[in-house]
Design a protein around this ligand. Structure first.
Ligand code: FAD
Ligand code: NA7
Length: 491
């Protein structure tokens, strides 16, 4: 093949997956360009290089979660002897500014890394215009064409902003706006019950805002529903109001300002009753749309499904066009998580430019919902395990537990919970791990290795606990759900 291209690899999207692939490919000697361009949110918010995770996802979210936890711990600390003025106040501007400063330094580091690793970074929007060819348009509308032997699409997703709710696109914000919101949000309505909705509602409530969540049907679709309801109950116990089952249909502005004031009209889905509420901020978190519709994918024959996700043609992230691959949130049916996108991007670069054959393993991927009480899981939700293996093949071990550090401040005895879903036909191999409690993310990460190695219930029993910790509960689980015995911490 005598054809020559400008690049070996052009990466479209400078987020988790794209940056990982671009850097790895360049390290392996490939000539690489990475294009990243952020279209403004409905409220005009934009950000720098790094994609969703860094700018409007994991990073600011976890830092706001930390602010929430510190707030809860301030209360606890009085019981541990700390004395300070009764009046404690919270300053949104301080939190936002310090988080945005950190993000700014990350944006800068990514640019430096790309330059030092010889990846050409282009701050332009990419569209396919022919075989092996894209057009890149920058902020000023200036166009540039590029060719490459291979392409990687890693364009991620953006919040859905449904236009069938009157006033929504004009007056409501999304997670794309919240973390850099220039003003304190005030009384907030969160619409949706995805993990993004619950996490944002959770930290806002812990920061002392008046928070209501409008839920259309269930909480956390796709997650274990017992755990999802436990999280909801904990949040309701800690000041979050739920309206459910409810869908808004109109938002109108009562007062301009920062924040302004809005009236939201909704309908209860069961009774048909009309619900009207007034809020300073309305945050929409009803899922995310993959950024694939404006990429010119039909000109190169990359197929997408009805929701816009790219359906991989094989187990190696190839699309229906052989020289175009895709990783990250735009892939159909894959976990939408940063480490997933990074792993897929890195391994893909190795296969393309180092002749390796390592494929990304999408099974037993751990995740954590960072609500004020964290929920971590690996493997199957209980209902999915039942659907896959049948109830009769399952033994579920479970227990509430009380963290030692919760005893002195007299917090809830039975809020924390641990559950292992095991297969009877495979020596009680663990196919589902679920934990709700402080630091569940850290606990879940550690046990991921066990599930990856095919751990059985006996392996958990043989592991010696670390006393006194929360995670040690997994080394002593004895009560089965099928026994009907009391699993409460006090029981
Ligand atoms: P992205 O990181 O979204 O990057 C895509 C980039 O491509 C963006 O910069 C986009 O602007 C750019 N782009 C799009 N189209 C074009 C184009 N045509 N030309 C040029 N550039 C383009 N994951 C976790 O693992 N843990 C968490 O705690 C977590 N929390 C989250 C919290 C929130 C609020 C959200 C929204 C997400 C969270 N996620 C979390 C998910 C995580 O952010 C994503 O899974 C991850 O960022 C996906 O990476 P990606 O490479 O697929 O896309
Ligand atoms: P999800 O997790 O499917 O969340 C969408 C949520 O928004 C869900 O609670 C929906 O309720 C709700 N929703 C959707 N449309 C509306 C409208 N019009 N009005 C009110 N509520 C609505 O989507 P994500 O994209 O956030 O999650 C993607 C991945 O992250 C997924 O793989 C998860 O496992 C984790 P519903 O339950 O449909 O009634």
């Amino acid at each position: 093949d005598l054809e020559s291209y400008d690049y070996d690899l052009v990466v479209i999207g400078g987020g988790s997956g794209g940056l990982a692939a671009a850097k790895e490919a360049a390290a392996l000697g490939a000539k690489v360009a990475c294009l990243d361009f952020v279209k403004p949110s409905t409220q005009g918010t934009t950000w720098g290089l790094g994609g969703t995770c860094v700018n409007v996802g994991c990073i600011p979210k976890k830092l706001m979660h930390q602010a929430a936890i510190l707030g809860h711990q301030l209360d606890d600390s009085r019981k541990f002897g700390w004395e300070f003025d009764d009046k404690v106040s919270f300053n949104w501007e301080t939190l936002r500014t310090n988080i945005q400063d950190h993000i700014g330094s990350l944006n800068w580091n990514y640019r430096v890394q790309l330059r030092s690793q010889n990846v050409d970074y282009v701050n332009s929007y990419a569209q396919f215009i022919g075989p092996h060819r894209i057009k890149a348009t920058n902020k000023k509308g200036k166009e540039q064409e590029m060719t490459a032997k291979f392409f990687l699409i890693a364009t991620g997703g953006r919040p859905k902003m449904p236009d069938n709710i009157e006033g929504l696109r004009q007056f409501c914000i999304s997670s794309d706006d919240l973390f850099s919101l220039p003003y304190s949000p005030g009384k907030t309505l969160v619409v949706g019950a995805s993990y993004v909705a619950l996490e944002c509602a959770g930290f806002l409530a812990a920061l002392n805002y008046d928070v209501t969540i409008s839920v259309r049907s269930i909480l956390l679709r796709g997650f274990d529903q017992q755990m999802a309801e436990n999280i909801g109950a904990y949040m309701a116990n800690h000041g979050v109001k739920f309206i459910r089952p409810c869908v808004p249909y109109k938002v109108e502005r009562l007062e301009e300002g920062t924040p302004g004031k809005y009236r939201v009209y909704s309908k209860m889905q069961d009774s048909g009753e009309e619900v009207v509420g007034e809020y300073n901020t309305v945050l929409i978190a009803v899922g995310r749309d993959p950024c694939t519709r404006d990429l010119g994918l039909d000109t190169v024959g990359v197929q997408i499904n009805k929701q816009g996700f790219i359906v991989a043609a094989d187990d190696a992230e190839q699309t229906s066009c052989p020289y175009i691959h895709a990783v990250g949130d735009i892939l159909d049916g894959k976990p939408e998580l940063t480490p997933m996108a990074i792993q897929a991007g890195r391994l893909l670069a190795g296969r393309l430019f180092a002749g390796t054959n390592n494929k990304t393993d999408y099974t037993n991927v751990p995740t954590t919902v960072f609500t004020p009480i964290e929920y971590g899981c690996i493997g199957l939700a209980e209902e999915d395990a039942i659907a896959k293996y049948g109830q009769s093949d399952l033994e579920v071990y479970h227990s509430n537990y009380l963290p030692l550090e919760w005893t002195v401040p007299h917090k809830e005895e039975n809020a924390c919970y641990a559950k292992l879903i095991c297969l009877k036909s495979q020596n009680l191999k663990v196919v589902g791990f679920h934990v709700m409690g402080p630091n569940a993310g850290e606990i879940t990460q550690g046990f991921t290795l066990a599930l990856k190695l095919g751990a059985k219930k006996a392996d958990f029993d043989n592991a010696i606990g670390i006393h006194p910790t929360c995670a040690e509960i997994f080394t002593t689980l004895q009560v089965t759900k099928s026994s009907g015995q009391d699993a409460s911490a006090s029981g």
